[in-house]
Ligand binder design. Structure first.
Ligand code: CMC
Length: 389
């Protein structure tokens, strides 16, 4: 008998296995609340609709790191800190402009973030007095990394970061080499607000798990980026755009309804639909849908929005499944001229605020995260010498 005296877990019994940790509550948090039945999302007290209407991404960062909104002076200080932290170490820049141009942008971002630890003056120390400066540095540098690599792979000269302006403005400037108009900046800023935080999703859980070993913030974020990259998580936005581009190859008469039904008949998943927590339309999706409609019309790509709506209606009638945040964000990014394989990187430059907020929360009340697995293999087999196997 090997019953754990602390947990009552009995190695010889077959406990219920909660596949995918569905419904398991592993932490308490002040960072966000989701009501999956009502379609409600709250960041540290504020409804996502309120934030979408009023906040800037920088205010949301402060909120997720401090559990309250900044006053005017605090906001100015944070903005100045984020601007000051935009410059990348030369070694990281050399990597970004020397790596394989065909490399996957999320893989490049992950490597570059991991390298940043070497050049952090705090050396990524596990010290609560240093976490805020590490979080600010990562939030400032991630957009710069993404833009620098994208320009390099497209044969364009790297653009130095602006010494003023918002995260959204600087990113679009560094990506395109020209300052964005106020509408494009506002669109990007809203996308950053909408993707900033979302409960115990896979990448946040990964970030907290790494933090709980008392490992540094850079390791935690590198792991989180790896988790976000997968198509069942943040990678879905790129997959959605690839689906729409696949439809485009069928010409103007492309039938998104038949396309969706055909995929469902083959038991394939339709990217950008479904969610572990939401059983109704993702509240972030409504804002993105509105943006997607307006921008598709503006850029003369109405067909993408129409196909999206055909897919949405088909998924609703065939499976009663609603779109998630990744569905309409894809056409929004496409409409502002961003290459599809960068979409998950943009998710990262927003979610860094939530991840680092959770890192600080985990460290402040830490316990090692260490669940159990049920062993279902054989035991105590006789050893067979290699020549007899
Ligand atoms: N297309 C077709 N069927 C689906 C889809 C989909 N996108 N999503 C769920 N289903 C079906 C699924 O086949 C299953 O049916 P059945 O019970 O007949 O086998 C049922 O709905 C339950 O799905 P599940 O995969 O067991 O649900 P889950 O909670 O384990 O997974 C999910 C959630 C998001 C991974 C899943 O909905 C999915 O794979 N969606 C497509 C990928 C995607 O868009 N990911 C982004 C998630 S939201 C943003 C983010 O986190 O980055």
């Amino acid at each position: 008998m090997s019953k754990d005296i602390h947990t009552g877990f009995d190695e010889t019994q077959y406990p219920h296995i909660n596949r995918g940790l569905d419904g398991i509550v592993a932490f308490s948090t002040t960072k966000s609340f989701i009501d999956g039945q009502k379609g409600e999302l709250i960041y540290a007290g504020y409804n996502i609709d309120t934030l979408a209407e009023n906040a800037t991404f920088e205010e949301v960062c402060f909120l997720l790191w401090n559990d309250r909104l900044p006053n005017a002076k605090e906001l100015e200080t944070l903005k100045a800190d984020l601007i000051r932290e935009r410059n990348l170490p030369e070694v990281v820049l050399n990597y970004l402009t020397g790596t394989d141009k065909d490399a996957e942008p999320m893989a490049v971002l992950q490597s570059a973030v991991s390298m940043l630890a070497d050049f952090d003056p705090t050396k990524g120390a596990y010290d609560s007095n240093l976490f805020m400066s590490q979080a600010i540095s990562l939030t400032a540098k991630i957009p710069v990394i993404i833009a620098a690599f994208d320009r390099y792979r497209n044969g364009k000269e790297i653009v130095a970061p602006l010494s003023d302006g918002s995260t959204a403005k600087n990113f679009l400037y560094m990506l395109n080499g020209v300052e964005p108009g106020s509408q494009a900046e506002k669109t990007m800023d809203l996308c950053l607000i909408l993707h900033a935080e979302h409960g115990m999703n896979a990448s946040t859980f990964t970030a907290r798990t790494i933090c709980a070993t008392m490992s540094d913030m850079y390791s935690s974020i590198t792991g989180a980026i790896g988790a976000l990259k997968g198509p069942l998580h943040g990678g879905a936005n790129t997959a959605v755009m690839n689906t729409l581009l696949e439809l485009e190859t069928q010409g103007e008469d492309a039938d998104a309804v038949a396309f969706t039904k055909d995929k469902l008949a083959k038991k394939e998943k339709i990217m950008g639909f479904g969610h572990r927590v939401y059983k109704v339309f993702d509240p972030r999706g409504r804002h993105l849908q509105k943006m997607s409609k307006g921008l598709s019309e503006e850029t003369g790509h109405e067909e993408f929005y129409e196909w999206s709506m055909d897919m949405l209606n088909t998924m609703k009638s065939e499976k009663n499944i609603d779109p998630n945040v990744d569905f309409f964000s894809a056409t929004v990014y496409y409409s502002i001229g961003i290459q599809p394989d960068l979409y998950t990187c943009i998710f990262t430059m927003s979610r860094i605020s939530g991840w680092t907020g959770h890192y600080m929360e985990q460290a402040a009340n830490n316990r090692l995260i260490r669940p159990r697995a049920l062993y279902v293999g054989e035991k105590n087999l006789d050893w067979v010498p290699v020549e007899q196997r």
